[in-house]
Ligand binder design. Structure first.
Ligand code: AMP
Length: 147
């Protein structure tokens, strides 16, 4: 089997994402592969109100989320010695953006957590599942344990 050359790690910045990042870094080091990082800010984040209405968050909040995500991504890139050229901050559907960036940049392995904000209720989180079913490259789902 060919060696992996370009690995993309999908980071949601939830508390367990460190394990995903660490595994991606280890695999990249072992294969001497390029490591890239992606974070996707949902384009229309929603607050689901108890009385049944879905309220879109306002545009200022979306801008703030992008700014905060940019800072966190920059910090992570420095920690991992990943150049800014290999850091993607996108807006939209996480699954769709991860698959698109991977395809456009000849990524041959995507690393995701087995779940994130959706918890273990879904054995394989919806993003991990969506990426697995829509990309043509290999996907490594790092199993995250709930406490
Ligand atoms: P989830 O679908 O929320 O259970 O997340 C599963 C995994 O998908 C996470 O551990 C991350 O690796 C990845 N992921 C989820 N949401 C995002 C996001 N907004 N940006 C980048 N990666 C994400």
């Amino acid at each position: 089997m060919d060696k992996y050359q370009h690995i993309l790690v999908a980071v949601d910045f939830f508390e367990k994402c460190d394990a995903v990042v660490k595994r991606a870094k280890d695999v990249a080091t072992n294969y001497q592969a390029k490591l890239s990082i992606i974070h996707v800010v949902d384009s229309l984040p929603m607050i689901t109100a108890g009385y049944g209405a879905d309220i879109p968050l306002n545009i200022d909040l979306t801008t703030e989320l992008m700014a905060e995500a940019k800072k966190r991504l920059h910090k992570l890139a420095v920690e991992l010695s990943v150049s800014e050229d290999n850091v993607w901050l996108e807006m939209g559907s996480p699954k769709t953006e991860i698959v698109r960036v991977a395809e456009e940049n000849k990524v041959d392995l995507i690393v995701v957590g087995s779940h994130g904000r959706h918890g273990l209720a879904l054995l394989l989180g919806s993003t991990a599942n969506g990426v697995l079913h829509h990309t043509r490259c290999d996907v490594l789902a790092v199993r995250l344990q709930d406490d």
